[in-house]
Design a protein around this ligand. Structure first.
Ligand code: SF4
Length: 374
């Protein structure tokens, strides 16, 4: 047990039980989870249900104390100033204790149902205290600007998501029959409209070729002929052939095994395959492997730029960090968010934006630009 190894007499009083829920507009940032307290301690929860909020102390059992650094850039972002570890909430600390104030929804003897706890399933909980506003809430607290900026970004991204989600509803993207079809779609959609990708996938499906083994049996020009509707068909045939070959030779077509890698390792492996770049790799990781990485495409960059949120370094990683550093790490949320941005870009935030009909016009600075139709 991690706590015992720490050489303390700390013992968990319970564990977090959680599973990722569907990112409803009003629920994503307030995900529910349960704190299951040790049966022997269940009497200690008596009276807790009279409080609306509780303070949860928990052990960040997935932190990396081997990566301990006494001065860090908060949230790992180089643009944040280098500050002492204790001036941050970095999980990699000598005693990786997490602390959060969360809403207590229900107190069922030894099970506390809470909202907003940012902790993995199985996280050991080391203490619970009631939140008492007149002693816990400090009205004139001062924080450095890197925190205010971060809170602003978090709030802005959440606001954008809520507006998009309320306007367009659930997108349930990516439309595909299984992970391999998603991988194929992620390659075919490079520089192509989705309706043309659908035609190419339909042809592959009709010919029973939506498996790595079936693709390997084809000559490249045969694949090219089938995927012609999606453009750049010779180049894409080469990429599909490379993917099918790699899956066979390296993974024996075991996608489940491939997708059991963690996101970072999976990304490295995918990027080593001919024809798979950042965006394609991340699409596969997010939609086929269902791991939380944010996909950055031209649509996303365009909208972020117009909203006035362009990151200082304008590269793929900086746009991705904008989302991943400021949103809860949730693959369903990332899927929905990305799909909503694509929808907005296709329908209104086009090359020449139609701002009048845009659900983001209240938070967008671009619509004042002269080129805008709104
Ligand atoms: S208001 Fe105009 S520029 Fe801004 S996001 Fe909407 S369509 Fe794009």
């Amino acid at each position: 047990m991690a706590l015992e190894k720490a050489g303390t007499d700390l013992k968990p009083i319970g564990f977090v039980r959680t599973e990722a829920g569907h990112p409803e507009p009003s629920g994503t940032w307030q995900a529910r989870s349960e704190i299951v307290i040790d049966e022997d301690l269940s009497k200690a929860t008596e009276g807790l249900g009279d409080f609306s909020h509780i303070v949860v102390l928990y052990w960040l059992h997935r932190s990396h104390r081997s990566r301990l650094s006494l001065r860090v850039h908060p949230r790992g972002r180089q643009e944040n100033p280098l500050v002492g570890l204790f001036a941050t909430r970095s999980p990699n600390r000598p005693n990786p204790v997490g602390i959060m104030v969360v809403r207590l929804l229900e107190c069922r003897r030894n099970v506390l149902v809470v909202e907003g706890l940012d902790a993995f399933d199985g996280t050991p909980v080391i203490d619970i205290k009631p939140y008492i506003p007149h002693s816990d809430c400090v009205k004139d607290a001062r924080v450095p600007s890197w925190i205010t900026n971060h809170r602003n970004l978090e709030g802005k991204l959440e606001d954008i998501y809520r507006r998009l989600s309320a306007h367009y509803g659930p997108q349930n993207w990516w439309p595909a029959d299984g992970p391999f079809e998603m991988m194929v779609g992620a390659i075919l959609t490079q520089s192509a409209a989705w309706r043309n990708v659908e035609k190419a996938i339909a042809k592959l499906r009709e010919s029973h070729l939506l498996s790595p083994g079936a693709l390997r049996r084809l000559e490249q020009d045969e694949i090219a002929a089938l995927i012609r509707p999606c453009g750049y068909y010779n180049a894409k045939a080469l990429k599909l052939a490379a993917l099918a070959k790699w899956l066979g030779e390296t993974w024996k077509d075991d996608l489940r095994g491939l997708f059991s890698l963690d996101a970072r390792e999976l990304r490295e492996k995918l990027l080593s395959v001919y024809g798979i770049g950042d965006e394609t790799a991340d699409s596969i990781i997010l939609y086929a492997a269902e791991k939380p990485v944010f996909v950055i495409d031209a649509y996303t960059r365009r909208i972020i730029d117009r909203l006035g949120m362009t990151p200082r370094a304008r590269d793929y990683g900086a746009y991705q960090a904008l989302f991943m550093d400021n949103l809860p790490s949730n693959s369903q949320l990332f899927q929905e968010y990305h799909a909503l941005l694509v929808r907005l870009a296709k329908e209104v935030c086009q090359r020449r934006p139609r701002c009048d009909g845009c659900c983001l016009k209240g938070v967008c600075s671009y619509r004042k630009e002269p080129d805008c139709q709104g």
